[in-house]
Ligand binder design. Structure first.
Ligand SMILES: O=c1[nH]cnc2cc3nc(NCCN4CCOCC4)[nH]c3cc12
Length: 372
């Protein structure tokens, strides 16, 4: 068995649950937030720092690694874990989403997608078979099916077409997948249309994947619409298998997602906003670049016990960011990742001890969420 998942404790008044995901590179306590390491590195962090922060599993992107340095080099280097010196679980996204969101899309048909690289304009073709082969070469613990994620908004017909393609491509990925030590997760599409979500979930659960992602969300739709889709989509997925909400990672969305039964999350947000000088704190966002912090000798978050908050002040970090010093990016990234990973640990404890709903309400009351 390449991967096993067990539910340890269910919340009595929400769909939240604590689980354990057993992978070839170790055990993951869920709910879990996965830092994004698109190009085989979580930007500005070393693997040792990620371990220090408490990262359990990270995400990397098939699209980017296929284009540069190429799957062959990573395979020759002994696989992605060896290549990047990360000896814990890795999940790879299949490239479908990145082709649509990043590349210069040339053509999409039932066969696959032809596109021009966003790096050098060279022409490439990705198909379910090729995306599966690349992920087998990378050797991630969890590979994702090659799917079609429609934009938002999209017409019913457009979303229906993407559901049909995603289901047929999922079968082709399953057919092409040949790595015993790698799990292949299906991705449910269907946009914001309930009947299409039901159809996509039925077609994918019939293929009996070891885990399921909810795709097609966090693509610009209002959060309340994303939550509505989750409310009727999560129950369509097998309760005994992990549920992964792709591309979601603000504190409020993580809490809502856990409340609705999601086990796994990923988002570039904490690392990306860090590089823009925005720190996540228990009282909301602190744009530490702002002049108001020039003489603020408090830590980024006075309630945080991370290495950065124990040793550096807002004034110093602001100075580094204004001076374009690399350490500025590193310190804000370290803290933001620690903040989210710590939040997930607090969520797991709250579910285990039966006060999750109270915890969520108290956290949100304090965290004055302003849209990023
Ligand atoms: O259906 C999907 N299939 C395969 N991969 C995905 C990745 C996805 N990532 C997002 N959202 C990421 C949105 N980010 C939020 C922060 O700023 C950058 C974009 N939505 C996603 C949907 C899919």
């Amino acid at each position: 068995m390449t991967i096993a998942f067990e539910v340890i404790k269910e919340c009595k008044d929400t769909r939240a649950r604590v689980g354990r995901l057993y992978t070839p590179h170790g055990v993951v306590d869920t709910p879990v937030f996965m830092p994004v390491g698109t190009q085989a590195t979580v930007k500005a962090m070393s693997p040792e720092e990620l371990e220090e922060i408490g990262a359990q599993i990270i995400l990397s992107n098939t699209y980017h690694l296929y284009l540069r340095p190429g799957a062959e080099i990573i395979k020759e280097a002994g696989g992605l874990h060896r290549f990047m010196h990360w000896n814990h679980p890795i999940l790879t996204d299949s490239g479908g989403f990145q082709v649509f969101s990043l590349a210069d899309l040339r053509q999409i048909n039932d066969e696959g997608v032809t596109f021009r690289s966003h790096i050098d304009g060279s022409s490439h073709f990705l198909s379910p078979e090729k995306a599966t082969e690349i992920q087998m070469a990378l050797g991630s613990d969890i590979a994702m099916c090659f799917d079609e994620c429609p934009p938002y908004p999209a017409s019913y017909e457009q979303v229906e077409k993407a559901v049909k393609r995603t289901s047929s491509w999922a079968e082709r990925c399953l057919e092409a997948h040949r790595r015993e030590d790698q799990a292949l997760f299906g991705i449910v599409q269907g946009g914001v249309f309930r009947d299409l979500r039901e159809r996509s979930a039925a077609e994918l659960t019939a293929l009996d994947f070891p885990g399921y992602a909810i795709g097609g969300l966090s693509v610009g739709e209002p959060k309340r619409l994303m939550y509505e889709v989750l409310d009727y989509t999560v129950p369509l997925l097998p309760a005994s298998k992990p549920r992964y909400l792709m591309g979601v990672g603000t504190p409020d969305a993580l809490l809502e997602g856990v409340k609705k039964g999601v086990d796994m999350f990923d988002c570039v947000l904490p690392t990306r906003v860090a590089r823009n000088g925005l720190a996540l704190t228990s009282s909301g966002k602190v744009v530490v670049r702002n002049a108001r912090y020039a003489r603020d000798y408090e830590p980024l978050d006075p309630e945080c016990d991370c290495y950065v908050c124990r040793n550096y002040t807002r004034a110093y970090i602001r100075h580094l960011l204004k001076a374009n010093e690399i350490l500025g990016l590193r310190l804000t990234t370290y803290h933001n990742l620690y903040f989210l990973i710590r939040l997930m640990a607090k969520i797991r404890t709250a579910v285990m001890e039966g006060y999750f709903l109270k915890f969520a309400e108290e956290f949100m009351a304090k965290y004055l969420e302003k849209e990023v």
